[in-house]
Design a protein around this ligand. Structure first.
Ligand code: AMP
Length: 570
């Protein structure tokens, strides 16, 4: 297909903010999309491979600037200048290509095959000369691009497509395109197939063949990462009991990071909730699984929790978070920052998916096959009860044991990958914390000059890709990285994400997710969200969480409403 057609689709999608219209436009496009062009569906969500695949485009703004410079014959300095003025590198590419096109005649036709071919080569490149090779692959595309094509190519490269398409829009468009008579059932089955495969091209293929039944039957595959089921907050034990029904399970809520463990024969693979493969970073987990869990094949859901190697006291997530991305000194890290796995769910067991079994049954399987070894691998501490008093006592015990709180779980519910459906509710003493994304920063002065020292944090807005400011944080930061989150570390991580500068303040791409606690939420005309967090403080960076999981405007509003009740447990 000509890339021009895809660029026209992007234009049409950007021209409306209405979701229904976007769905219609997309449905029309998908209806005519050939099976052989199915990988185009990855491009629609800014990817080049399925969601679960770790190969991402990963081009920095700087490299994109160089490519625009080469393709349009403009100096990098001038591209950067224009970028600072316009604030959107895609638009800069559009304008410069437009100017160039007036003086040269370009006969190349850019196809989506060529775009995918070059983009898919990018993550494969490693070692010497990588930057130059990447540059020439991108420049080749930009040189043949029309102004509009250049706009979307550059936005795709830097991971900022801005067409307002979410996975759910693609799902609805598939239903509209291929299952018009039966859209309600189709939504459900399509969602199930997306959750189980994390591969939109596979789902597109089945949809195009009109196989509604097959969509509902696509199974999980051991070794291929799956999105985890998410928890909701409960304001009180009473409301949690009412919404979950009794008896229910109460479990310790461990303060670590989510780890999904796949085993097929001898092969063990570990994934985070962002579907990142972390098998190499945690060699001890392989050993624990082989020694202490029975079963030929399974997928376990767990929380990996750090503890102090001397005192054995449990530590907060921040301590072990550095192990997630670590590429070297793995063994040293393993000895310094040991983890205990707390297994709480199972999604697949010996040849069969278990996600449609009840939690009661899944929990039984977990307890049958995991042979607990404290400080290595254990099943999550759990009681099953209908008695609120017992649940509250268990909660106090969890806090005494240095854990975050408790999870309350519906015993009759299935496992819904990637969904926040309310089958698991969390209760923590410090209800006032939110996961947010950094969207801006300000450089410090005096002792902190050269470092960013104050950070704008935002929640998700109403439309996809919209982030709304809810406050500015500068507390909770440390001078040294070894003591926690440092100014230096944040500055280093945010610098490549800068999109605009105004004096000492900068805007950054929404990428860095942080957990923030605060004392109160109040109405505020100063921030776009209409709300401001009072006395916010950083508690941890959350490299393990995807952007889709940060707090939404609705959740901020809900927290505001619940703070009035000022509920105290116990
Ligand atoms: P939060 O990240 O605050 O939304 O809390 C939900 C997270 O708590 C889950 O995603 C897990 O990573 C973690 N967690 C800790 N203990 C449990 C447990 N027993 N059951 C389920 N999730 C747990």
């Amino acid at each position: 297909m000509q890339y021009k057609k895809l660029a026209e689709l992007y234009e049409a999608l950007s021209s409306t903010t209405k979701r229904l219209e976007k769905t219609k436009i997309l449905a029309e496009f998908l209806k005519h999309l050939q099976e052989s062009d199915k990988e185009i569906i990855y491009l629609l969500s800014g990817n080049i491979y399925p969601d679960y695949d770790e190969r991402k485009i990963g081009i920095s703004n700087q490299l994109a600037i160089k490519a625009i410079s080469k393709a349009t014959g403009t100096s990098s300095e001038n591209v950067t200048k224009d970028w600072k003025k316009i604030g959107d590198l895609g638009k800069v590419a559009h304008e410069l290509t437009h100017r160039k096109k007036q003086s040269t005649l370009n006969s190349h036709v850019l196809t989506t095959e060529k775009v995918l071919h070059n983009l898919q080569k990018l993550p494969e490149l490693v070692g010497k000369g990588t930057v130059d090779k990447k540059l020439s692959l991108i420049t080749e595309l930009l040189t043949s691009a029309s102004p509009t094509e250049a706009l979307y190519l550059v936005r795709t490269l830097i991971g900022d497509l801005r067409i307002g398409i979410q996975e759910s829009t693609i799902r609805d468009a598939l239903a509209e395109a291929f299952f018009q008579e039966n859209t309600k059932e189709a939504h459900e089955k399509l969602q199930q197939a997306i959750d189980n495969t994390n591969d939109l091209a596979v789902v597109f293929e089945l949809s195009k063949e009109g196989k509604l039944k097959s969509l509902g039957e696509v199974e999980l595959e051991v070794g291929k990462p799956i999105k985890v089921m998410l928890a909701q907050k409960a304001a009180t034990f009473e409301s949690a009991f009412a919404s979950l029904g009794t008896p229910l399970a109460v479990e310790y809520k461990y303060d670590g990071f989510r780890m999904v463990i796949h085993k097929k024969g001898d092969k063990i693979t570990l994934f985070t909730r962002r579907l990142e493969n972390v098998t190499k970073q945690f060699p001890e987990v392989q050993e624990y699984i082989k020694k202490y869990v029975t079963g030929k094949s399974f997928i376990l859901d767990s929380e990996a929790v750090g503890y102090d190697k001397k005192t054995k006291e449990y530590q907060s997530f921040q301590h072990i978070s550095q192990r997630i991305r670590r590429k070297y000194d793995i063994e040293k890290m393993q000895a310094e920052l040991p983890i205990e796995l707390n297994i709480f769910d199972i999604l697949y067991y010996d040849g069969k998916s278990t996600i449609n079994e009840t939690f009661r049954k899944r929990s039984e399987i977990v307890r049958k096959i995991v042979h607990s070894q404290p400080y290595k691998i254990i099943t999550s501490k759990q009681i099953i009860t209908s008695d609120i008093k017992k649940a509250k006592e268990f909660y106090k015990k969890a806090l005494n044991d240095n854990q975050e709180g408790v999870m309350l779980k519906n015993l009759e519910a299935p496992y819904k990958p990637g969904r926040r459906v309310g089958y698991m509710l969390k209760i923590k003493p410090e209800e006032r914390d939110l996961d947010l994304v950094i969207t801006g920063a300000e450089y410090g002065t005096g002792k902190r000059s050269g470092w960013m020292s104050s950070f704008i944090i935002s929640c998700k807005g109403k439309s996809p890709g919209e982030y709304l400011e809810v406050g500015k944080v500068s507390t909770g930061l440390k001078e040294k990285e070894s003591e926690g989150i440092s100014y230096e570390e944040l500055t280093k991580k945010l610098t490549p994400l800068i999109t605009k500068e105004h004096g000492r303040t900068v805007e950054v791409k929404p990428k860095m997710i942080v957990s923030v606690t605060y004392q109160e939420i109040q109405k505020s005309p100063n921030y776009k969200s209409g709300w401001a967090l009072r006395f916010p403080r950083f508690t941890s960076l959350r490299p393990d969480k995807p952007l889709t999981e940060i707090a939404s405007l609705k959740e901020v509003e809900k927290d505001f409403a619940s703070q009035k009740r000022n509920y105290r447990y116990g």
